[in-house]
Design a protein around this ligand. Structure first.
Ligand code: AMP
Length: 248
């Protein structure tokens, strides 16, 4: 099993450096994960990172890290972005693109990368294409996790996240050993503000409107790999590995 990267460069941006020694991945995978909030993308991302040594680049995590900062440490754009996030709305493309461009070094990670939550609109996908082209990098696959909407809502409302290491649990499907305590670091588990019912509805609408068309975008480029997201995290993970082998 590979060591997890600490993701300092991604979370803090600017000139922050990750602490881990360089990766030994001979053929780093560069992937995008798609799927409605709650399909279990975050869990699959963790499992892929643990097994393949890829770095988990989640734009949602950048915003959650910014939320922990003192207000005076946030840029005005980040403060505005957090307000969109609190409502469950998508943050404007320009803000997200500026944050990703600031972290361009992460796309060169020797372990490869797994973009989670970005791109979320066709405009972001086009911008990502341009960024990758300019950096002479190519995506290997876009994994799209598919699940009926009623199951998505059930998953989201039971989800709990570790305040410290960001590991994701579910009160029914993936409960922690001790209620409300993270299995990995003993951090406190909490329900994300945007996993509350009023935000879930807004997020699902935003997903249908802006993110679902991305599947077509990547299908046309022959990168899309559809993965049924029913069953346990381990079953979905096995399907993911099988699909990657087929694609390779
Ligand atoms: P996530 O953890 O990916 O579900 O993201 C949480 C929230 O952060 C979203 O509901 C959005 O408000 C915001 N967000 C994250 N990534 C993006 C993105 N690529 N484009 C727009 N908003 C984003």
């Amino acid at each position: 099993m590979e060591t997890k990267r600490d993701r300092k460069a991604w979370l803090a941006g600017g000139s922050a450096q990750c602490n881990l020694p360089p990766h030994k991945n001979k053929t780093p995978l560069r992937l995008v994960l798609l799927g409605a909030p709650g399909v279990g993308k975050g869990t699959q991302a963790e499992m892929l990172c643990d097994n393949l040594g890829t770095c988990h680049l989640s734009t949602g995590d950048i915003f959650r890290a910014a939320k922990a900062l003192e207000p005076c440490q946030r840029t005005p754009a980040l403060t505005a972005a957090l307000e969109y996030m609190r409502r469950g709305d998508l943050v404007p493309d320009e803000t997200v693109l500026a944050l990703v461009t600031e972290r361009i070094g992460c796309l060169h990670c020797e372990g490869g990368f797994l973009l989670d939550g970005f791109p979320r609109t066709v405009a972001q996908a086009e911008a990502l294409n341009n960024l990758l082209e300019a950096e002479d990098l190519q995506l290997d696959a876009v994994l799209s996790y598919d699940l009926p909407i009623e199951q998505v809502v059930a998953r989201l409302s039971g989800r709990r996240t570790c305040a410290d290491c960001k590991a994701v649990f579910h009160i029914a499907a993936r409960p922690p050993k001790t209620p409300e305590v993270c299995d990995h670091c003993n951090g406190k588990l909490y329900q994300r503000e945007d996993d509350r019912p009023e935000s879930i509805r807004v997020r699902m609408e935003a997903y249908e409107r802006s993110t679902a068309p991305l599947a077509d975008f990547y299908r046309r480029r022959n990168l899309l790999v559809s993965i049924p997201a029913e069953g346990s995290a381990e079953e979905i993970f096995q399907r993911t590995l099988d699909s990657l082998l087929v694609k390779a």
